[in-house]
Design a protein around this ligand. Sequence first.
Ligand code: ADP
Ligand code: MG
Length: 741
Amino acid sequence: EKEKKISDQEKVQKKPSEPAIFIPVDRSPEVQEARLKLPVLAEEQVIMEAVRENPSIVICGETGSGKTTQVPQFLYEAGYASDGRMIGITEPRRVAAVSMSHRVAKEMNLPTQVVSYQIRYEGNVTSDTKIKFMTDGVLLKEIQKDFLLQKYSAIIIDEAHERSVYTDILIGLLSRIVPLRNKKGMPMKLLIMSATLRVEDFTENQRLFRTPPPVIKVDARQFPVTIHFNKRTPLEDYTGEAFHKTCKIHRMLPPATLQILPCFLSVEEKADGSIPLYVLPLYSLLAPEQQAKVFRPPPPGTRLCIIATNVAETSLTIPGIKYVVDCGRVKKRFYDKVTGVSSFKVTWTSQASANQRAGRAGRTEPGHCYRLYSSAVFGDFTLFSEAEITRRPVEDLVLQMKDLNIEKVVNFPFPTPPSTEALVAAEQLLVSLGALEEPPCTGRLKDMQRAKLSCPITPLGRAMASFPVAPRYAKMLALGKQQDCLPYVIAVVAAMTVREIFEDLDRPARSEDESSKLNQRRARLTQMRRLWAGQGASLLLGDLMIMLGAVGACEFAGCTPRFCENSGLRYKAMVEIRKLRGQLTNAVNAVCPEVGVFVDPKMTPPTEHQVVCLRQIVLAGLGDHLARRAQGEDLVDPKWKNAYKTPLMDEPVFIHPNSALFKTLPEFVVYQEIMETSKMYMRGVSAVEAEWVPQFLPQYCHFGSPLESPSPWFCSSTGTIRCHRSSTFFRVGWQLPAVEM
Ligand code: ADP
Ligand code: MG
């Protein structure tokens, strides 16, 4: 009997890794024909053999070689989805997850209940789903619920070359999960797919994989692309240059689709060619229906011209592009590691990404790529773009990892580890927010430093980790129970989390007609902002009151595109806020069911008392983003006029003219973030009272004698706030939600 047991076990072990089954797929003749042209199809046997023999493999192949659409189908046909488990594919971008699931469903002639997608707010996954496309963030959340990912028989990490933060973390986690699954007798396969050959960070990283996974190269059947460099590099006006180049191509060259990468420019449809240009934009903030247009043929008798951001660099392949105009630039968000100040900068891209862009021109026939820079400049580009994880704050990741019981985050097998500086800053912030336990202050400096990097998570931290927002906002949600403030806190947090709720009306106009229209809309938005900010007590909640007012007003009007357009709100953002409010409400209810919040889209405005409470909750979340109006001797220097001081910086920061508090200039404010444009501007500003600072932010304060100063002040050498403890404060009692462990 013992023998029988063993052989049964063996069977279990062997079944998924050596599926003898072949699941037929009913493809249409056209699909079948198109598939056969894809380079990845020639490698099907090699790939599937490697999958059978190895727990993890890496597949490299040019964009358009068929990785995303075909590899899931190979796994499906080989029976990886026939034992009740799914094949999961992660994408760094939502657009790709949605459109790829549709494409694969269509190719396989299967309904979307079987080939489905899941992104942050929506999805069509059912109990019949066999192939599931999702964003990398979605899979990370699933790991938190089930570390072994038992629903899956195989996970494909797509677009690994993009080195998005979640992709990196997922690869680190999966390098541990896959062996665990093998050990437990329910093997799982990991496939990492990359559009570039630079995969050493994954394969040659001893901390990730003890035996390097095999790398399978797919030779792309790429048509030759002729590269045309500019003789000289335009320094400033590269958009103008791109426009001229586009017109020239359109006038002189035979018709075929043209793509300009990346954009941030507008080409008017008057380029004087013999046939009209049909110009379409493509960027991630664009509404999905608009995005889908690029896959459809242009109106007869026109030439399609797509102006795209990096979205079209690798994740979406648009059929039939022959000419590419490459500005050579990339717009990236930069963060200062110490101050957290962020700014968008347009910089030169990397050689790898310039080559990706050129490659887009040779998918269906030989093509041309016009580079608006010289070959000398190209030679100075970095070879590859750096991993995102090294360029951004990591407190959200650290909290997620602590919640996965990875206490020593420094030891985590990151493909590229973030700097120790960034990790320490993250742990410090999380300790200040009460999400992690304070490290013991004894011992030698070295021990203390080590302790600082392995603080255990608190019950509050666990609750915060279950909210799908960054830790500062999660703290606000945890406190929101006070005085029936939760629905407001949820609305404000949702609005702060969504990118750009207001339309960008400060852009330059393209014509006089447009200019007057823009002016009208700007005036209208200013008026609406003033209305939403309110007066008296509510005004002190500042920009967050504007957000609250905008969300409330939009819901009151039924959240229609028309209302948004008329009020200067971005419709897509408002729809996202609505979904996020529902999701956050569910998350809060799951942590403390006795609170029982429900989303009432049409909120009544908060009472004065509630506004005070909201301001205190915001202070508790954004405590490290406190600023005080410059005063005293600072004002001798004109650069400090109307400026604010922060604990960590010597430079003045300002309240933006669009802010609700631009004219009020309260003594103390907290801000959502500082964005550097023409000046360092605080965004999302809210006023706080001086006496709240020692009361609610004791962790940031150094307490001294009451005689020193009536109001808290900053000590920039230590980055702390100095103040005295006063005995009487107006205070609304703070309670934390009861957290069940
Ligand atoms: P890779 O992942 O290697 O970049 P894909 O699997 O995304 O390649 O693309 C393979 C082929 O499928 C490409 O030729 C592309 O043009 C085509 N394709 C992908 N999505 C669509 C779509 N929605 N409509 C038409 N063709 C598509
Ligand atoms: Mg792909």
